[in-house]
Design a protein around this ligand. Structure first.
Ligand SMILES: *Cc1c(COP(=O)(O)O)cnc(C)c1O
Length: 246
């Protein structure tokens, strides 16, 4: 890597393009093991804390869908990048959304994966209605019951799916979860399976509609297991952009 590349904050070692290619290859192998088509799994590149210059490298490598956690960080980055990129990019919000930032979120994001309360869902519905749009959302489930994480408790999920599914300006597409971090990724499998069963149960019982298909599970260290358990969206940050600053 040259000094000028270093000054520009470009990727060290492999480069983002190579890491994206490698992640896609791993997604394809996991799909093959699970007897699924790679088209069933969408890679959401988690770009929180990643500067716009590096995000552009990912765009140059063909990545189009990005996940961001915080409105304050994502706002300026999304505007900056949309001004110069000619290809349309898709932005998913994956972090907790405070209700006073809901309007900004509806303006900026194509999907909100982290709807974690009925109050938030109702607020988003009202705002989306005012803006004349129907907003794609996922409900976040706190599978591990961890106090540090947001999301519906597993036993609240089904009634929440039913309520949110009736909101006219939200398009409820499925479930999202961040299970407890376990060193041994294989141990996360039962959490992923439980979320899939919740989705299937919601569909089977008629609580959710035809469009309720998405399972957003799997991060850098466990996405292959998530795919084996039915993930349709994998949210990968570190494996693409490197370690985040702590
Ligand atoms: C940061 C984050 C990710 C990405 O995690 P990595 O381990 O870096 O792949 C995925 N999902 C959510 C909700 C996150 O906040």
């Amino acid at each position: 890597m040259t000094d000028s590349a270093s000054r520009a904050g470009l990727a060290t070692d492999d480069g983002i393009g190579a890491r994206i290619a490698s992640a896609r290859a791993r997604i394809a192998s996991a799909c093959a093991r699970a007897g699924r088509s790679p088209d069933e799994v969408t890679l959401v590149a988690v770009s929180k804390t990643v500067p716009a210059a590096r995000l552009r490298e990912a765009v140059a490598a063909g990545q189009r869908i990005f996940g961001e956690s915080r409105i304050q960080e994502a706002g300026p980055k999304i505007s900056e990048i949309s001004e110069t990129e000619s290809v349309p990019l898709v932005w998913h919000l994956i972090g907790h959304l405070q209700s006073n930032k809901a309007r900004r979120a509806v303006e900026m994001f194509d999907m909100i994966e982290s709807v974690d309360s009925l109050a938030l869902a109702e607020r988003l519905d009202r705002i989306a209605g005012e803006m004349g749009r129907r907003l794609p959302v996922l409900l976040e489930v706190n599978l591990g019951g961890e106090g540090s994480k947001s999301g519906f408790a597993p036993e609240e999920a089904l009634p929440a799916i039913e309520r949110v599914g009736r909101l006219e300006h939200l398009d409820l597409r499925g479930l999202m979860s961040v299970p407890p971090y376990l060193e041994e990724a294989e141990e996360t499998r039962p959490f992923f399976r439980r979320l899939r069963e919740m989705r299937d149960e919601a569909r089977r019982s008629g609580v959710a509609g035809e469009g309720f298909v998405e399972l957003s599970i799997g991060m850098s260290h466990d996405f292959e297991i998530a795919i084996e358990e039915g993930a349709t969206l994998v949210r990968i940050g570190t494996a693409l952009f490197g370690q985040r600053p702590v």
